[in-house]
Design a protein around this ligand. Sequence first.
Ligand SMILES: [Zn+2]
Length: 317
Amino acid sequence: MTFQIQAIDVGYLNLAGAANVFLIEGPDGFALIESGTATTWPELVSQLELRGVHPTQIMDLLLTHIHLDHAGAAGHFAAGDSRVWVHTFGVAHLIDPTKLIASSRRVHGEMYERFYGDLWPTPQSQALAVSDGQKISAAGLQFLAIETPGHARHHHAWLLEHAHERHVFVGDALGIAVPNSDFISIPTPPPEFDPLAWKHSLQRLRDDAPTHLWLTHGGLQSSNAPDALRFIDRVQERLQEECALLQKFSAAIIASGARESSAYEHALKNAIQEYKNWLHPKAITAGVSPQHVDQFLGDYFLRMNLQGALRHASARA
Ligand SMILES: [Zn+2]
């Protein structure tokens, strides 16, 4: 049972290295992990065709979660008859994406039209619910779903085993590896970011003894077990420091006044500035180019992270 894995850069945010999908050729054909966004669909189609694959040959699309950089073109694949496998909590949103679109528009603001675009509905018969520990067959291979909440409540990593290799497609559970650097960025968007659940998910990934870690944002990060564990340790460190800071910021913002009051907005603005002052030098030290600092860790990203932390803090209050 051999297979081949290819990372395909879909050109998300018009940035090289910002997001991948993974094409897997097995004994029975092709499977794809992640779909890219609706706006990266044309690029993905041409990338697939360069590899001699037509989108309708993708019989199974496996999603890690339904954020639009991972699932935004799911409906495009479904229109070509692909089965779409997704966490139980995500199924309804693929069948009727109205709420997901509204929520993404809120989170991404003016960036939505440029970089995301509307998710097409997936017919009910093709939207298949997956739960923790379930094995699904695709391309003549077996993929195991590992529930890994934290970045999102409805998040799965997918494990593909072969001989001594354990390939894990981790979605966003191990953050974002910023291209050409040693920096791992931690995306904590609303509405489901949960620091404690995330920490447990890292342990879960360790327990699964991965060799190959495939990050949607960053591609292949290890090809043996010790490197994989080291990478997870680094994510853990980054997660811890990021969460501590975000918690401090959100407490201050919440204490400043009612939501949308001018005091609150002022506190939010200050927090973004402080966050930036803390994060950017760290990223630069880890080799992130000044241009990539702006593109990957700009105000838009920091604001999104803060909104996620605020949402989490106020849900618990
Ligand atoms: Zn995500």
